[in-house]
Design a protein around this ligand. Structure first.
Ligand SMILES: C[S@@+](CC[C@H](N)C(=O)[O-])C[C@H]1O[C@@H](n2cnc3c(N)ncnc32)[C@H](O)[C@@H]1O
Length: 241
């Protein structure tokens, strides 16, 4: 038997649904305009020599890219280490070129993306500032939990000669395991410079939020700031005061 919904209740639920659609649309417009604004900002300081691969989806969104650009231009880091290569590698390398100092080492587990990013670095003539390290994912055990993370025997020798000023955590992808990005800070902590900054993309996801909370508990010297206004959520951790 069809249950009759009283007219007033029906109107209420339609009203509630319209409210939530309005909220979702409002959020989409905010994200879109935030990303447009970020693109204008980025390209007012970076002059590309070749078109970039697409942003968003798998790649960083413009709003996170703007944070990378801001941090690198402001801090003039000697060494930037990135987990997960792509558009972000190119934008960071352009900033390092503008600074006239520093290098980005981008760690990538997939053959296909090692090739793509290396080729893009060449096309953009950024070889002096960026290189990709191919490190397939291996099992790594931390506190009795097994993660799939970049083969650290391939990563550490490539970055151990200098302290890491900026660490960008944008890989491995979530599909490779639970809290796939957790090993980043425990494995690299000793290599972080005294005032290093760790930038985490996708921090709107529950998994990354848990990861970041666990890092801060284990390494209280890391101070955390969450940015909820970026499309995918951003966590910024600063070492020291
Ligand atoms: C979040 S992405 C890294 C994106 C990178 N930082 C950028 O700005 O382009 C993490 C990993 O996903 C993989 N990946 C990148 N693009 C992909 C695609 N279109 N489809 C599937 N996997 C992709 C690569 O292995 C990459 O390291």
């Amino acid at each position: 038997m069809n249950k009759q919904i009283p007219e007033s209740e029906n109107q209420l639920s339609v009203g509630a649904r319209l409210d939530s659609i309005e909220q979702a649309l409002g959020r989409a417009v905010d994200v879109l305009s935030g990303n447009m604004e970020a693109l204008f900002s980025i390209f007012s300081v970076i002059h590309l020599r070749h078109p970039l691969p697409p942003m968003g989806r798998w790649a960083v969104s413009p709003d996170f890219a703007r944070i990378l650009v801001d941090v690198i231009l402001e801090r003039t880091p000697g060494l930037v280490v990135e987990l997960g290569s792509g558009v972000s590698t190119l934008l960071c390398a352009y900033c390092l070129e503008k600074n006239g100092v520093g290098a980005i080492v981008s760690v990538e587990h997939e053959d296909e993306f090692v090739r793509a990013t290396t080729e893009n670095i060449r096309k953009h003539r950024l070889d002096q500032f960026a290189r990709v390290v191919h490190a397939p994912l291996r099992d790594i055990t931390l506190r009795n939990r097994i993660y799939k993370w970049y083969d650290k025997d391939l990563v550490l020798p490539k970055i151990a000669s200098q302290k890491v000023d900026v660490l960008i955590v944008d890989g491995p992808p979530a599909k490779t395991g639970d809290e796939a990005r957790y090993p980043a800070v425990p494995v690299l902590f000793d290599l972080l410079a005294d005032e290093a900054i760790v930038l985490v993309d996708d921090a709107g996801r529950q998994e990354e939020r848990t990861t970041v909370r666990r890092w801060v508990r284990k390494f209280p010297i890391l101070n955390l700031q969450y940015l909820r206004w970026t499309e995918k959520g951003t966590a910024i951790l600063k070492k020291g005061a």
